[in-house]
Design a protein around this ligand. Sequence first.
Ligand SMILES: [Zn+2]
Length: 323
Amino acid sequence: MTETFQVGTACAAQGNVETGVLPIAIGMDAREVTIPVAVAHGIEPGPVLLVEGGLHGIEIATIEICRKLIQEKLVPSRLKGTVIVAPQLNPWAYMSSIRFTPQDCQDMNRVFPGTGGSTLSYQVARVVTRELLDRADYVIDCHSCNPPSLHFTIVGEEGTPDVRAKSIEMAQAFGYPVVNANTAYVGTLSGYCLAQGKPTITPEFVFSRRLDPVSIETGVAGVMNVLKLLGMMPGNIEEVEVPGAFDEIMTYVSVGATRGGLCFFSRQCGDRVRKGDQLAVLRDFWGNEMESIVAPHDGIVIAYPLQGNQAAGTGDKIAYIAY
Ligand SMILES: [Zn+2]
């Protein structure tokens, strides 16, 4: 075990917590752009857990969850191993209150592990990969779903069966309902980590753009549960209660629009539906039905993840179904 553990300017000695910044780019004002980081370095050897969020600029609950972890919960004198927190990985999207990086219109969660010679998002992903992901043994990749949504944790399709089994164990310890992804999007942070053999989970808090008290309280408890599962903190795993929770491990699928209009929900999040049941209806401005969106499987409605307005066009996501 090393005497100190350093990430960016945060250099923590054994038994200490330090905050600092990690330089990730130079802006067009010729100044350094940094992201906040903190390190809690334990007193005994153990794994390195990374808790990060904010790849999407509007998903801000992670920031407050990480503050509570660092200031109130992580006791390094009782910690085995090291916890790195990086609550806000995309400062440009955050300051613009949008999901994507405005400079290159990229989704930062589709560009991992990044490349050196490409646009800003790719170059930042490369720094994040080198300085954070490659140094971690386990990763909690925090996101916030657009409302209305349940709290749930996604486990990606990538990685060996062992890595995925450990990831599911982490997700169950975290305490939210667990859903497997049914599509491996190219370039996700979680996909990279899983493929590198690092068990990784993606909790989805509710809601984007809000410091939702339930998400913050249960998010902190969830991270502490994972630390206990991994033997990094003492204590028993505590039950986490969120509305609409279910025990079965399911798979989730995104149901999209082929036409467009205002989106009227036919169900509520947490409702169980049968294949073919109507989930939502799209109407034009005079109330004429444009499209009936139906469930592709028997399952549970876990989110209506519409971006911006309660309206959708061709190709937009309407609902997530766990089945
Ligand atoms: Zn996200």
